[in-house]
Design a protein around this ligand. Structure first.
Ligand code: HEC
Length: 481
């Protein structure tokens, strides 16, 4: 923050006040709507062009593009109350019991269960109305229809509650249970898929040199029978040389099936530093992958003919893909990807395409320098070769998981994205048509970190919340249904 506020205080505070609340010569920039708009593009334009008639200098010749971008981001962050250092895991958690009037539906929140582990990761409704739940540091359990949590299912892959590595902070870890998903034909075959951080010690060069454990995403399937995990099969596993020390916080870790039984999964920035290897098709991280339901490689995957590429890769150039959803109506794959400081994205995924990390981002690094690792890594690229996001979210709400709504309970939300966020503690509704964001509504504010979202069998929406006092599952219902 220091760099940003200094730049503002030196150049702008004389007229707008150090607190952005205005001064004799200039208006407040927070606490009221802005005349010329407050999204990033509008702010950059206001600052660059100025308004000399009204006493606002044009800064384009005076400050660099990057400085102007950073000032715009500073104003946007201050306006939204979002700073990149807040995790907001311990804010007072008050579930609004009153009906909430949104643009298309009046909704109500109901509590399904409280007192879960503070860091749950995934919910998956079962056809009989129960819900599968993963808690990152504990394991897999089942929530009954009347909101009771079962004992942990025995025999699932081992997960760890210690951070593995010193000094990585409380919210990080190595060897976590991530997503759970059921097979599209679950009623007949009973397959449950688990995505987790597979942790080992003394198992590759990095772990031996550092005398620390390493981990990498891994996917298995199995069946649940009388509280036991049985019939386990490995669906996807990286080579041991690719296991690294970056915490599972960045693992992505989502799963999504299409109607043909292909399994898509997201692997975020694992490996051993934040940038290297994401653009390299021989490494598994920073990628969306696609396999058949038994783990074999579909023949029409985009890189099956590239000799050195990992054949499971479907698309690449991701940073922290926390949400992944296949729209079975439109046959489109969507992903949410968390940027560093700004640059959170909602992306429509095309096979074989490059989504840009760490060559380019609309956000900047945490220290306010631009994202341009292409130079450092010696990677030459054209902007035209990078797929741009359908939705750019700057400043970053820390976009998490989402659903593409399809059911009768909220008829006016059909095909809309219902998108969660972590630090912003907001639930968004996004209507996208022909690749353009038409409506972006905040449905719920001041809630808690929303880690996962699912559509219940009833058509109601389930939210999985992280919180210091214990995780929770909420149900969103429509009062008019
Ligand atoms: C000499 C005084 C002065 C300085 C210095 C100044 N501004 Fe302004 N600024 C103004 C005035 C006056 C307006 C209102 C212009 C108008 O009414 O259209 C304004 C408008 C703006 C707006 C648009 C507000 C809206 O409602 O759309 C932004 C954004 C802004 N300033 C940012 C900055 C930034 C960033 C800096 C520092 C790089 C800066 N200003 C420096 C006087 C100043």
């Amino acid at each position: 923050m220091a760099g940003f506020s200094l730049l503002f205080n030196e150049n702008c505070a004389v007229c707008h006040g150090e607190n952005l609340k205005g001064a004799a010569q200039g208006p407040a920039l927070i606490g009221k709507p802005l005349i010329n708009g407050d999204d990033m593009d509008s702010l950059v334009a206001s600052i660059s062009k100025g308004n000399s008639a009204k006493g606002m200098p044009a800064w384009s010749g005076i400050l660099s593009k990057l400085q102007i971008n950073n000032l715009a981001l500073y104003i946007a962050e201050r306006r939204s109350g979002l700073t990149y250092t807040d995790f907001n895991i311990d804010n007072t958690l008050l579930i609004n019991q009153d009906p909430i009037q949104t643009q298309h539906h009046t909704i109500k929140l109901q509590t399904v269960i409280t007192d879960l582990d503070p860091l749950p990761f995934s919910i998956e409704p079962l056809p009989d109305g129960r819900i599968l739940l993963t808690e990152k540091m504990r394991g897999l359990s089942i929530i009954s229809k009347d909101g009771k949590q079962s004992a942990l299912i025995k025999g699932t892959p081992k997960v760890y509650s210690d951070t593995g590595t010193p000094d990585v902070g409380l919210l990080n870890g190595l060897g976590w249970l991530l997503d759970v998903a059921i097979h599209p034909d679950y009623l007949n075959n009973g397959w449950v898929y688990l995505h987790y951080g597979d942790r080992c010690s003394d198992c590759n060069k990095v772990s031996r040199e550092n005398k620390l454990p390493v981990s990498m995403n891994k996917i298995v399937r199995g069946r649940i029978n009388n509280g036991q995990w049985i019939d386990q099969q490995v669906i996807w596993q990286a080579s041991l040389e690719h296991y690294g020390m970056i915490p599972d916080t960045a693992a992505g870790g989502r799963l999504s099936f299409d109607q043909q039984g292909h399994l898509f999964f997201s692997v975020g920035l694992k490996g051993n530093d934040n940038h290297t290897g994401v653009q390299d098709l021989t490494t598994p991280w920073g990628k969306i992958h696609r396999v058949n339901d038994d783990g074999s490689i579909p023949e029409d995957n985009p890189f099956t003919k590239s000799p050195k590429a990992l054949k499971s890769i479907w698309a690449y150039g991701f940073r922290s893909p926390q949400g992944l959803e296949f729209n079975t109506r439109t046959n489109e794959l969507w992903v949410t990807d968390m940027g560093p400081r700004g640059g959170d994205e909602v992306n429509l995924i095309f096979p074989g395409k490059n989504y840009g990390w760490p060559l380019y981002s609309k956000g900047v690094n945490y220290d306010s320098t631009p994202v341009e690792y292409g130079k450092k890594l010696g990677i030459d690229f054209k902007m035209a070769d990078i797929e741009q996001p359908i939705v750019d979210l700057t400043p970053s709400p820390a976009v998490s998981s989402f659903i593409i709504y399809q059911d009768k309970h909220f008829p006016k939300w059909n095909n809309h994205l219902i998108v969660g966020s972590l630090k912003a503690r907001k639930l968004y509704r996004m209507k996208i048509e022909d690749g353009v964001l038409i409506e972006n509504e905040v449905l719920i504010e001041n809630l808690a970190r929303i880690r996962d979202i699912e559509i219940a069998n009833s058509g109601e929406i389930l939210l999985l919340l992280e919180h210091g006092s214990g995780g929770q599952i909420l149900k969103i219902t429509s009062t008019s249904y």
